[in-house]
Design a protein around this ligand. Structure first.
Ligand SMILES: NC(=O)c1ccc[n+]([C@@H]2O[C@H](COP(=O)([O-])OP(=O)(O)OC[C@H]3O[C@@H](n4cnc5c(N)ncnc54)[C@H](OP(=O)(O)O)[C@@H]3O)[C@@H](O)[C@H]2O)c1
Length: 317
C-alpha cells in the first residue's frame, strides 16, 4: 500500500469516476490506490466504495480548499464536472478552474481532465444554423468543458485531456431509449440523420482513464478521444431489435424538432446532435475505439452493453 500511487477521483460515486474507482480496486497488483472524492462520505454510495477498499474523503468542486485537501499527497487526479446538476456552463468553468488550481497546489503529477469540445470553434455564435443558448453558447454542456481545457494547460499541469463520448447508459437514465409509438412499435428517436454516433458504456470511460494513469508519462500533454463503437441510428435500432427480440425502428427526427421537445436541456441536446451530424467526420475521427481498447482491453461493444443492460431500459410510451 505504502508504495502505491494514489489517484484522487472526483465524481467517485458517479458514472465516470465510479468506473475508475472500480478499475483501480479491481487490479490490486496494479500499483495504484484510490481516494474517492464525494460531498458526503456517509452516503450509501460512498460507504459502498469504502467497503470495496477505497479511501473516501469529502470535498466539493465549488470549494477549492476542500479539493486541495482531497488532492494533497495524491499522485494523480481525475477531474470531471457535473453539468446536469446545475445546467450552468459558467459554474462548470469555475469548478474546472477550482480543480485545476487544487491540482497545481497539491503538485499532482498526472491529471486527467474529462472534457468535450468547445463547439464554438466550429460553430461561431454568428452562425445561425443552430440557436445561441444561455447568451453565449451553442452546446452549453460541451462548450465550457472545452473552454476549460485551456485552464489546465495554462497552469502547465501535467494533464491528459480525455475527450469522452455519449453514454449508452443514457438509454436507461436519460429517457433516450426506444419508446412505444401510437402504432405499438418500439422506435428509437434520435436526431442523428444517417450519421454515426460515437458512444461508450459509461463504466468504460473510467476504465480507459485507469489505462491512461497506468501509461503515465507518455500520455501527459496528449488529448485522447475514446468511444466504444460508432453506430448509425439504424444500426443501433437493429442491435436493440436483436437484443430485445422485438422490432425497434429508427425514428430520425430533425434537430429543430428535437430542440422543441420541451424537456430540460432539449435545446442543448438538439444542438449537440446537430454538431455531431454537421461535423461528423471530425467528431468520429477525434474518438477512436481502438485507442480505447488499447487502454481498456475489456471495452464493451454496443451488443455487449445491451446484453448486460437490456432489462434496465425503460420501454414506456
Ligand atoms: N451522459 C452522457 O452521455 C455524457 C457523455 C460525456 C460526458 N458527460 C458529462 O459527464 C459529466 C457527469 O459525469 P458523470 O456522468 O460521471 O456524473 P454522475 O454519474 O451524474 O455523478 C455525479 C457525481 O458527482 C458528484 N458531485 C455532484 N456535484 C458535486 C460537487 N459539487 N462536488 C463534488 N462532487 C459532486 C456526486 O457525488 P456525491 O453526491 O457523492 O458528492 C455524483 O455522484 C457531465 O458534465 C456530463 O456533461 C455525459
Amino acid at each position: 500500500m505504502a508504495n502505491k500511487k494514489t489517484i484522487a477521483v472526483v465524481g467517485a460515486t458517479g458514472a465516470q469516476g465510479g468506473g475508475l474507482v472500480r478499475a483501480i480496486l479491481g487490479d490490486p497488483q496494479g500499483g495504484f490506490a484510490v481516494r474517492a472524492v464525494t460531498r458526503d462520505a456517509n452516503s450509501d454510495k460512498a460507504k459502498k466504495l469504502a467497503q470495496l477498499g477505497a479511501e473516501v474523503v469529502a470535498a466539493d468542486v465549488d470549494d477549492v480548499a476542500s479539493l486541495e485537501r482531497a488532492f494533497n499527497g495524491a499522485h494523480g487526479a481525475f477531474c470531471v464536472t457535473f453539468f446536469w446538476e446545475h445546467f450552468s456552463p459558467e459554474k462548470e468553468l469555475a469548478e474546472a478552474t477550482n480543480m485545476a488550481q487544487a491540482a497545481k497546489r497539491a503538485a499532482i503529477q498526472h491529471v486527467i481532465w474529462s472534457t468535450l469540445e468547445d463547439t464554438r470553434r466550429w460553430v461561431p455564435l454568428s452562425d445561425d444554423r443552430m440557436p445561441t443558448l444561455k447568451g453565449k453558447y451553442k452546446v452549453p454542456h460541451f462548450d465550457a468543458k472545452g473552454e476549460a481545457d485551456k485552464v489546465f494547460t495554462d497552469l502547465r499541469l501535467p494533464v491528459t485531456i480525455l475527450l469522452t463520448s455519449f453514454y449508452w447508459d443514457n438509454f436507461i437514465h436519460f429517457g433516450m431509449g426506444p419508446k412505444k409509438g401510437p402504432d405499438g412499435k418500439l422506435a428509437l428517436t434520435l436526431p442523428m440523420e444517417d450519421k454515426k454516433l460515437p458512444a461508450i458504456a459509461a463504466e468504460d470511460i473510467g476504465r480507459c482513464a485507469y489505462g491512461i494513469f497506468k501509461r503515465g508519462h507518455e500520455l501527459i500533454g496528449k488529448t485522447i478521444g475514446i468511444s466504444g463503437e460508432h453506430l448509425t441510428g439504424a444500426q443501433m435500432a437493429a442491435a436493440f431489435s436483436k437484443a430485445l427480440g422485438e422490432e425497434v425502428v429508427y425514428n430520425a427526427v430533425p434537430h429543430a424538432v428535437y430542440r422543441s421537445f420541451g424537456f430540460p436541456g432539449a435545446d442543448d441536446l438538439g444542438n449537440m446532435f446537430q454538431f455531431k451530424c454537421d461535423f461528423n467526420e471530425y467528431f468520429c475521427g477525434a474518438r477512436n475505439p481502438e485507442t480505447a481498447r488499447a487502454l481498456n482491453p475489456s471495452l464493451k461493444s454496443f451488443a455487449d452493453w445491451l446484453a448486460e443492460n437490456k432489462s434496465r431500459i425503460p420501454l414506456g410510451e
